[in-house]
Design a protein around this ligand. Structure first.
Ligand code: SF4
Ligand code: SF4
Length: 243
């Protein structure tokens, strides 16, 4: 097995790195409970999600997009066929004149059409709600791309270059936002969230929607939020505020 395939299997299957640095007895740099021990399966007790506050998202800002490309070894969209895991969308209500700008990525649906239509099982949802594509069993039929209401998936048309060890990609496969699962499994945070915070916007909160004490759960309870195309009842893990 070549090194990239080995890493991919680790990524999809079980491996995770314990990275909970203890800075004082019983005090961790981050909440270790959010990482997974090596060999531990994803937990159904957790549901990872994001809350995007469009009132804090600046039109023209692409920090999240650039961070995603950097983290996942994507070339950026210089050609129409280039992969795009997260995109900025600007909307304007013609009646009120209200304008918003928001990042749109895989919504990590609890009831994902992309999984329903996949003939090989390559498109799958983990117990913790993260929706992924197994590069090894994807046959590139692109049914999932057609089924996704959010146009969240891309097809890899060209041989890939600059692959990151944690994010192997392959020509002929479909791919989409993984919620930076390789980081989340180590107790980390998706790179788009980190970049947005580092730029001072703090427009994206990431966390466990099942944990009533998590910041995202508290915010979802406290403010009016919406899911894109909630009428489709895909029960998205990505929520929006200010739309
Ligand atoms: S947004 Fe699209 S790709 Fe992501 S889980 Fe939902 S249907 Fe699947
Ligand atoms: S392109 Fe791949 S992941 Fe999508 S439906 Fe076809 S086999 Fe499944």
């Amino acid at each position: 097995m070549n090194p990239v395939s080995k890493r991919r299997r680790e990524f999809l299957g079980t491996a995770a790195t314990i990275a909970g640095a203890m800075i004082a007895p019983g005090v961790f740099l981050y909440d270790y409970a959010h990482g997974k021990a090596p060999g531990e399966a994803a937990s159904g007790k957790v549901r990872w999600g994001m809350l995007i506050d469009t009132t804090k998202c600046a039109s023209g800002c692409r920090d999240c997009v650039d961070a995603c490309n950097q983290e996942n070894g994507l070339p950026g969209t210089t050609r129409p066929t280039d992969s795009q895991w997260i995109r900025k969308v600007d909307l304007k209500d013609l009646k009120t004149g209200k304008a918003i700008s928001a990042p749109v990525m895989c919504q990590h649906c609890a009831d994902p059409p992309c999984v329903d239509v996949c003939p090989t099982g390559a498109s799958f949802k983990r117990a913790d709600g993260i929706v992924l594509v197994d590069r090894h069993t994807c046959i590139g039929c692109r049914y999932c791309m057609m089924a996704c209401p959010y146009k969240a998936r891309s097809f890899v048309h060209e041989p890939t270059t600059g692959q990151k060890p944690d994010v192997p990609r392959g020509k002929g496969c479909v791919e989409s936002c993984t919620l930076c699962v390789h980081k989340v499994d180590r107790g980390g945070t998706p790179s788009c969230v980190e970049a947005c915070a580092a730029a001072g916007h703090h427009a994206i909160v990431f966390g466990d929607l099942n944990d009533p004490q998590s910041e995202i759960s508290k915010r979802v309870r406290a403010v009016a939020t919406t899911q894109l195309r909630a009428d489709l009842r895909t029960d998205n893990g990505v929520r929006y505020q200010g739309i």
